[in-house]
Design a protein around this ligand. Structure first.
Ligand SMILES: [Zn+2]
Length: 198
């Protein structure tokens, strides 16, 4: 994890925070005013460690609200509660943010998007093709191509870009001989996915 927030890191972490919290101040939920210093946007570190820049530990805040938090008990309670919520949120998404410290060079950070494709592919198939909570499965089969596009869209929502080809690969993995699902060609030659019969 980078010890300071570089421009490169901002491009990764900002969409994640925006997706999770919206582009507003965590404390008062008001928008930012870049021209006014006290209402401009900064990062608030929920656990007070300013070198801990994992997205779990970061929220957006006004300069002023970030400063107020040092002395405001209500804001401090909000921060520790939010840290808990974020831990749950990021566990659920299983987003891994990987940092490489490259000697003196700027810290390179990349998000493990493959993990995101796999996670979404798995959850889409489970949600659409398996029975949940005693209810029958919503679909008997689903289109491979449309599902690839849906997953690419979901990945794009999180990291800013998404590829249907990579999404298709993640679906193929779910349909391997050891997997729970089966890819087959319907009449007319289009690929579909169904749950394997056991
Ligand atoms: Zn604020």
């Amino acid at each position: 994890m980078p010890k300071r927030i570089t421009q490169k890191y901002k491009r990764i972490v900002d969409p994640l925070i925006t997706k999770r919290d919206g582009n507003v101040c965590f404390f008062d939920k008001m928008p930012f005013v870049p021209e006014v210093l006290k209402w401009s946007k900064t990062y608030h570190h929920l656990n007070k460690n300013t070198e801990d820049n994992h997205p779990v530990n970061l929220v957006f805040a006004h300069e002023e609200c970030n400063r107020l938090c040092e002395t405001n008990p209500e804001y401090q309670t909000m921060s520790s509660q939010k840290l808990n919520d974020n831990q749950k949120y990021h566990q659920g998404l299983e987003i891994e943010v990987v940092a490489h410290n490259d000697e003196d060079k700027e810290t390179n950070v990349e998000i493990d998007t493959n993990e995101l494709y796999n996670k979404f592919a798995n959850s889409e198939l489970l949600e659409k093709l398996t029975s949940q909570g005693g209810k029958p499965a919503p679909h008997e089969s689903i289109s491979f191509k449309e599902t690839s596009l849906d997953i690419a869209y979901m990945v794009r929502e999180v990291v800013g870009h998404g590829s249907p080809i990579t999404a298709g690969r993640a679906l193929d993995t779910e349909c391997s001989s050891k997997g729970e699902f089966d890819k087959y060609k319907e009449q007319g030659g289009k690929w579909r996915i169904r749950k394997k019969q056991t």
